[in-house]
Write a protein that binds this ligand. Structure first.
Ligand code: ZN
Length: 136
């Protein structure tokens, strides 16, 4: 595996409406999109900080992954996403090296990316997302 860059940083928040003003008014970033990912039971808001994207994640269901995360740990850093080529090969390679995967094969994430997660119990506590932008 050789990620080419950090595609985004995912941050769990209770409410987009309440957290977007911090990013816009204090950090001076602009929210350029809000998207619901039904599959993940989240609404996401996106900002660019230079070349790195910030993804805020608001649960739409308390039983979804972000809802449960906030209940357990509160708001805060949720995951780091690395951009890779051939995501499914990378997931397979990680699994062969003994890494516990959340996703054995990629699925569709926000912004049309193919995404897959490595389980934090295999990554020293950080939920790591691999993502691949398909050429259009
Ligand atoms: Zn993400």
């Amino acid at each position: 595996m050789k990620p080419s860059y950090i595609e985004h940083i995912g941050i769990a928040v209770k409410s987009l409406e309440e957290s977007i003003p911090f990013y816009e008014n204090i950090l001076g970033l602009k929210c350029y999109a809000i998207e619901e990912v039904e599959d993940q039971k989240v609404r996401t808001a996106f900002f660019m900080a230079g070349q790195t994207k910030i993804e805020l994640l608001e649960p739409t269901d308390r039983e979804g992954p972000i809802g449960k995360f906030i209940e357990k740990k509160g708001e805060g850093l949720h995951h780091i996403a690395f951009s890779v080529k051939n995501i499914n090969e990378n997931l397979k390679e990680a699994e062969q090296k003994g890494i516990h995967l959340v996703d054995k094969t990629s699925r569709k994430g926000a912004e049309g990316l193919d995404i897959g997660f490595l389980h934090p119990e295999s990554t020293h506590g950080v939920l790591i997302e691999l993502c691949e932008k398909k050429a259009t």
